[in-house]
Design a protein around this ligand. Structure first.
Ligand code: UD1
Ligand code: UDP
Length: 377
């Protein structure tokens, strides 16, 4: 039983759902919490996934406690009725940790996809660093995307035999989706794609950046757009009202800033492939953009995804308004700086993470054997 609730979990779980449905020996029963409603359904629709169970927990301006309690409560009854042999959770959202705890209470083995990421700071990202550490304590099988994440788990005394390095399933999803180069439903974006103008793609949503830091991000974007009239800034803005209230006011009245609703994953990957520079605080985008050779400026002070920083395609720049303006300006106007970061690297996967994951789950449940681990080049 894969259980997920938000956009990034859905994107990263979709390849596993597809692989489970094809594999012998499994009945795949998909459960969603609905922590994200619209943004989750967008992904399920794209990948043709119709959930078997839906807890539908979303509330506007929901609290962490309400996500946690409603998920555990909803799964309690569901587990009693459906008795899954294993539960699969992904990453570090509150849906994933709540589902892991609920399964643990029922004695159901927990498979953790994207296990072992660590920023080293319990409060950043908040609450995700704590969420993933909690899940690591109770999971039976840890599917680590990279050797770095495996080593983080080993350093916390997780048993070596319960860890498999799979690569990240986001690369499976990306490689399958980006090659389709789907048309944009927003005519502004389709027109932009035809002009060939340079695009600065921005996404922001991190809870710890909301408020003044995110207002500063809005001011920085406005200054960049004013200074670079040939550039077009595209911001598919997260559904969270707290994000919209912080970032949008500074952006009004500029013809070279395009604000859109969250884009369906197919459209977002096309936009990513067209972008010149990416400015983000997203986890998933940090993994995808390097694979397409896009320089990524990350608006955080630390990251649990150091691999692409090491490879030189990702730079941590924090959320200071002035720093954001300076760093984007450098990439736009200094060819050496741009070229140094614009290299396609794939430290996070090779597109085979889902099949390795399903093989490892088969071994856990006594109906199969593992396949060779992902090797980073
Ligand atoms: C959540 C995850 C975060 C992940 C992010 C991906 C937690 C604690 N946070 O954060 O780890 O990086 O998703 O985007 O699990 N909303 C809607 N419709 C939607 C989605 C959100 O209306 O489809 C609005 C609601 O008002 C909701 C708010 O956004 O209360 C915040 O959503 P929530 O899931 O609580 O937090 P995120 O910041 O999205
Ligand atoms: N994404 C999308 N549409 C958008 C913005 C992002 O499909 O308008 C995808 C993106 O490609 C990535 C994922 O959403 O796979 C990242 O989600 P988000 O930034 O919300 O969460 P995080 O990865 O930070 O947890």
């Amino acid at each position: 039983m894969p259980i997920y609730g938000t956009r990034p979990e859905a994107i990263k779980m979709a390849p596993i759902v597809a692989a489970l449905k094809e594999a012998e020996h499994f009945e795949c029963v998909v459960t969603v919490t609905g922590q994200h409603r619209g943004m989750l359904d967008q992904v399920n629709d794209l990948f043709g996934i119709v959930p078997d169970f839906d807890l539908n927990i979303l509330q506007q301006r929901q609290t962490l406690s309400s996500i946690m309690t409603k998920t555990i409560d909803g799964l309690d009854g569901l587990f009693e009725r459906s008795k899954p042999d294993a539960v699969i959770v992904q990453g570090d959202t509150t849906t994933s940790t709540a589902a892991a705890i609920a399964a643990f209470y029922h004695g159901i083995p927990v498979v953790h996809v994207e296990a072992g990421l660590r920023s080293g700071d319990l409060f950043s990202p908040f609450p995700e660093e704590a969420n993933r550490k909690i899940t690591s304590q109770i999971a039976s099988l840890h599917l680590a995307p990279t050797t770095t994440s495996r080593d983080n788990l080993l350093a916390e005394n997780v048993s070596k035999t319960s860890i498999v390095v799979t690569g990240n399933t986001v690369i499976d999803a990306l490689l399958e989706t980006v090659k389709k180069q789907v048309p944009f439903t927003d005519p502004q974006l389709e027109a932009l794609a035809q002009t060939g103008r340079k695009i600065l793609l921005v996404t922001t949503h991190r809870r710890e950046n909301q408020g003044e830091a995110m207002r500063g991000v809005g001011r920085a974007i406005a200054r960049i757009a004013d200074a670079e009239p040939d550039l077009v800034v595209v911001l598919p803005v997260h559904k969270n009202p707290a994000v919209r209230e912080a970032v949008l006011p500074a952006l009004e009245g500029r013809s070279n800033i395009v604000v859109t609703e969250p884009l369906a994953y197919g459209e977002f990957t096309r936009l990513l492939s067209l972008a010149h520079i990416v400015l983000t605080d997203s986890g998933g985008v940090q993994e995808e953009a390097p694979s397409l050779g896009k320089p990524v400026l990350v608006m955080r002070d630390n990251t649990e995804r150091p691999e692409a920083v090491g490879a030189g395609t990702v730079k941590l720049i924090g959320t200071d308004e002035e720093r954001i303006v300076v760093e984007v300006d450098r990439l736009l106007n200094d060819a050496d700086s741009f070229n140094a970061m614009a290299n396609a690297v794939n430290p996070y996967g090779d597109g085979l993470a889902a099949s390795r994951s399903v093989a490892a789950i088969g071994q856990l449940l006594g109906v199969g054997s593992r396949t060779p681990e992902f090797v980073e080049h």
